[in-house]
Design a protein around this ligand. Structure first.
Ligand code: FAD
Length: 344
């Protein structure tokens, strides 16, 4: 039995750890990825916007078991008190140190093969990944299909400094963070945005992390489900005084201003060459920019008793609205591990 994970980010590492905990050995798993260090891509983005605390809570870590969480690992009474009130945000340094530990302990490096997979082709008992033989169970954890760029602007998720005058394009969490960063660096800051920002505590409300909320979501008609996902994807940042910044709004970046694109990522499966080809060649069902998945994150047309194709990360939102979080990665990973172990 061999299974494969395509992709090498946080979702891939969380899935790998979940498979290992379910008893699958390193020599039974191949991870095809572009980065041997599964935190590399995320860590650069977080460092670029000077993120020093996680957005997620104590259990937002990549180990398979949620206990012990990061608050317990931090060990301070303050962290433990905050976690009781859902107010604990782990330091990024702690999250990364712990991820490094999970990578070392799980055997990730034994399974890792440096390779960008271009083609997933269904065969009778599994899937061929480029010319790399056949795998019965495959999890795609490809991350976002690239940054949404603006010509001439530096992207907020790429390393940058702040000039004396800064125009931040966008109205979500990254934009709000960049207003704060640039103001703290002493810059004059303007915000370039089309509409007033939404203030939401979390991109995806807590209800969608619960069994009940999820089953309501899974019961929606397809167009309603796509409309809901579209709404949840609107740029937002949390309410609260720490985010209430007095930043003037302009329609265009004024001349002489450094332009920072806090515009997030390109959206939708069609921007990812592997997913686009998969949909076209296997005639997968789609709705707007989403691939239609079963509620356990598998691709229904290509999953049966003999084989599994599942999608984790942002491209798996059809099954789990907060797919692009660590909790979302684990949702897909648990179902994948269950199926993998069943077909062993
Ligand atoms: C700045 C920032 C802060 C965030 N903070 C939090 C937080 O605090 N808590 C939380 O829960 N979530 C957070 N998120 C959301 C989420 O956890 C991240 O987006 C996370 O990186 C998603 O992991 P991923 O593995 O899906 O994608 P990525 O980390 O982007 O990894 C995907 C990897 O797969 C590789 N790959 C892609 N295509 C192929 C291919 N065809 N073949 C081989 N390899 C391929 C890519 O090169 C990349 O290495 C944050 C996101 C950002 C951007």
């Amino acid at each position: 039995m061999r299974c494969a994970i395509v992709g090498s980010g946080l979702a891939a590492l969380a899935s790998y750890a979940t498979l290992r905990r379910a008893g699958v050995r390193p020599d039974e798993i191949v991870v095809f990825g572009t980065h041997r260090d599964p935190t590399a891509v995320w860590a650069e983005r977080a460092a670029s916007i000077r993120q020093d605390r996680m957005r997620s809570e104590s259990d937002g870590h990549v180990a398979a078991a949620s206990f012990p969480g990061l608050a317990l690992r931090e060990g301070s009474p303050r962290a433990l008190a905050q976690t009781v009130a859902n107010r604990y945000r782990p330091p990024v340094t702690l999250f990364l140190r712990h991820a490094e530990h999970v990578r070392a302990r799980s055997g990730w490096d034994e399974s890792f093969v440096e390779r960008r997979v271009e083609h997933v082709r269904a065969v009778t008992d599994g899937f061929e990944l480029d010319g790399e033989g056949s795998f019965r169970n495959v999890l795609l954890a490809l991350g976002h299909p690239g940054l949404a760029r603006i010509p001439g602007a530096v992207h907020a998720y790429e390393p940058h400094d702040y000039a004396a005058k800064v125009a931040v394009v966008g109205a979500g969490m990254a934009a709000a963070t960049e207003w704060r960063n640039a103001l703290a660096a002493g810059a004059e800051v303007v915000s370039i945005r089309r509409r007033e920002p939404l203030r939401r505590p979390l991109n995806v409300p807590r209800a969608f992390f619960s069994k009940r909320g999820l089953s309501r979501f899974h019961g929606l008609a397809e167009p309603d489900r796509a409309a809901l996902l579209e709404d949840l994807g609107r740029p937002s940042y949390p309410p609260g005084r720490e985010w209430d910044l007095d930043v003037p709004v302009a329609e265009e970046p004024p001349p002489g201003f450094q332009v920072i694109a806090a515009t997030g990522f390109r959206r939708g499966f069609a921007h990812d060459p592997l997913l686009r080809a998969l949909v076209e060649e296997h005639r997968l069902r789609t709705q707007a920019r989403w691939i239609v998945l079963a509620s356990d994150s598998t691709v229904p047309e290509l999953t049966d008793e003999r084989r599994t194709l599942a999608i984790a990360g942002v491209a798996g939102q059809w099954a789990f609205p907060a797919a692009d979080t660590i909790a979302g990665a684990k949702y897909a990973a648990h179902a994948f591990a269950r199926r993998t172990c069943r077909t062993r």
